[in-house]
Design a protein around this ligand. Structure first.
Ligand SMILES: Nc1ncnc2c1ncn2[C@@H]1O[C@H](COP(=O)(O)OP(=O)(O)O)[C@@H](O)[C@H]1O
Ligand SMILES: [Mg+2]
Length: 280
């Protein structure tokens, strides 16, 4: 499956492309009807072009935080800034992919891929962008096929191509591969990271899958629950695509697994001190 090599031209034309630099400024969030805050004093910065995994147990507030990065939810206190500007609403510049690809079932692969551009009133860009992206995600051959005839993994690829068509600065993924079989999931994890790195995008993904986090992220932010906080982090200083049976990969995965087995023993993360877990 071809990954577009010379992406500088594709991304540069029109407005200058700037991958998102994200600053999460002391976010606390209290949902109505909940006795405790869901998120408390969440603080982090994410460099432009970095891929970050938010990992934590179910219910710890990962999706809540991701929705804030997407501008879909406003925190009770604190804010998210992207390239210095406070995020108050969604934008096609930061694109969210969910577990369900949410495609239009009566349309073809090509038509679904073009939807983001169509909704943005950029119909004139469809011809130049859509087919090259379908090539990138390995679906060029299926461009005229109705999406209902595709497998789950192929449908996720359509959703990815649709997200990339509007040339976002930031890709946000909320457990997008968790409904797929293990083979498809592994292939897509490597492929999505390859495309994101190739295009220089910033990516933040939510997962509760330890291997997925180590396979895809430069940096893993570890969340605790009740209230949700970033309690620790781990850097993954391995080249892409990652060899999952390499000793360094296995060691990092085991460190993370051990962490989740021993959460109670860990101290609170202090951003002023070194993270406790760090890649060698
Ligand atoms: N719209 C909502 N209203 C009230 N509580 C919510 C809402 N959405 C999520 N929550 C609660 O916030 C907590 C965190 O949810 P969520 O961010 O979805 O966690 P995660 O993605 O880590 O599984 C959960 O206890 C959940 O029940
Ligand atoms: Mg969630």
């Amino acid at each position: 499956m071809g990954i577009e090599r010379d992406s500088s031209k594709a991304i540069g034309e029109g407005t200058p492309f700037m991958p998102a630099f994200i600053s999460i400024d002391y976010i606390t969030h209290h949902y109505k009807g909940q006795s405790k805050p869901t998120l408390e004093a969440v603080e982090a910065t994410i460099e432009a072009g970095q891929t970050v995994a938010l990992i934590g147990r179910s219910g710890c507030g990962k999706s809540t935080l991701l929705h804030m990065l997407a501008g879909l939810l406003q925190p009770s206190e604190g804010c998210v800034r992207i390239n210095g500007r406070q995020i108050t609403r969604p934008s096609p510049k930061w694109n969210m992919m969910f577990q369900k690809p949410s495609l239009y079932p009566w349309m073809s692969v090509r038509e679904n891929t073009a939807l983001g551009l169509l909704f943005q009133g950029q119909k004139q860009l469809i011809a130049e962008r859509v087919d090259p992206l379908l090539e990138t995600v390995g679906l060029r051959e299926l461009a005229d096929t109705n999406v209902q005839r595709l497998s789950g993994g192929q449908q996720q690829r359509v959703a990815l191509a649709r997200s990339l068509a509007t040339q976002p600065e930031l890709l946000l993924l909320d457990e997008p591969f968790s409904a797929l079989d293990a083979f498809t999931r592994t292939a897509l994890q490597d492929q999505v990271t390859g495309i994101v790195k190739d295009k220089g995008l910033t990516m933040v993904m939510v997962t509760h899958d330890i291997e997925e986090a180590v396979a895809m992220a430069d940096r893993v932010l570890i969340m605790s629950a009740n209230p949700g906080r970033i309690e620790n982090e781990m850097s993954v200083d391995l080249t892409y695509p990652r060899n999952r049976s390499a000793p360094e990969f296995v060691a990092l995965r085991e460190q993370l697994m051990k962490h989740f087995g021993e959460t109670v023993e860990l101290p609170q993360r202090n951003s002023k001190t070194e993270p406790r877990i760090k890649a060698a």
